[in-house]
Write a new protein. Sequence first.
Length: 367
Amino acid sequence: MHSFSFCPNPECPNHKAAPQGRWFVSLGFYSTKCFGNVPRYRCKSCGHSFSSQTFSLDYFAKKRLDYRQIERLVSSSMSQRALSRHFKVSLGTINNRIMRLSHQTLAMHSLLRPRASHREPVCIDGFVSFDRSQYFPNNITISLTSHSQFILSLSHATLRRSGRCTDSQKRRKTILYRSVTFEKAALERSFSELLDQLYRERCTIYSSPLLLITDEKCEYARALRVHPSRFSIHHLTVNSKVPRTFQNPLFASNYLDRELRKDLADHRRETVCFPRNVANMLNRLVVYLGWHNYEKHYRIAKHIFLTHAEVAGIERNAICKARESQFKERAFLSRIGLSILERRLWLRSFSTPLKRKAEYVPFYAYA
């Protein structure tokens, strides 16, 4: 007999915390090709039926894949098509498993991130890539700690193409932009979303101001000027022409930019693996966030074999416990405390240029 700590029905009184004892009854089983006979149960309180698979990462899946291997390969510059060939499954199956893994990563990160040291300065900078084609450049705004390079959060903004264009490129751009409505002040919005999280988790804890390091983008200054955190933040700006050495205050952001170019197939220079879908690209980026923070060693050359999360002050035992749960127990959106930005990432709310329909989100992702 399995043991479950809560009812999967969000409307059930037993959803947040089930009572001690047998709050469910057996309801037989159903047979599957992949998982064999799966036992079913019914909650005594709400009458909702569920199975042992309801609490598994492979809920509603027809094939079992190794999620740890997916995380490692995605973070080792393997493209989606290469992943589908490696696992001998379709591209849709790979995207589905990466989405599931990104949900698990968001749940784990929301639990562990508040444990990091709140006194460390924070860097915020934009990682420049593009969505769908080079006519739709993007700015992936990322916040991370300056010393430990622990990624705190990320946001996304689609921008208009700038710079020189040939006559044919100008004509093509005019045609494409007729079908697209660009968000006004998108860069300021993405920066403000990161400020919201910093203000809630860091600025309200200590009386001393938080040191925030950015480059000299005017959008950052405008967003900070009207944000509630402006009185709790000391803003240091760095000229982008300053050499990107270890002495540069923005070294953490420059370091992460290099790692993203190297470790993610989406963002390699002159590649055919560029992202066609913004939500799928952000799912892969969230998976990389989990690997970078909680699995990758901080420095190998200096024989510092701690992870970035450990250098940021998170205990190893807490990391090991959360990582075990990440690959074992399905996270429920209704039971975890995600920020507004993390909830947007979970529900795939960032749209792709020229795509008319909303992003597909499986029903079980809303539970």
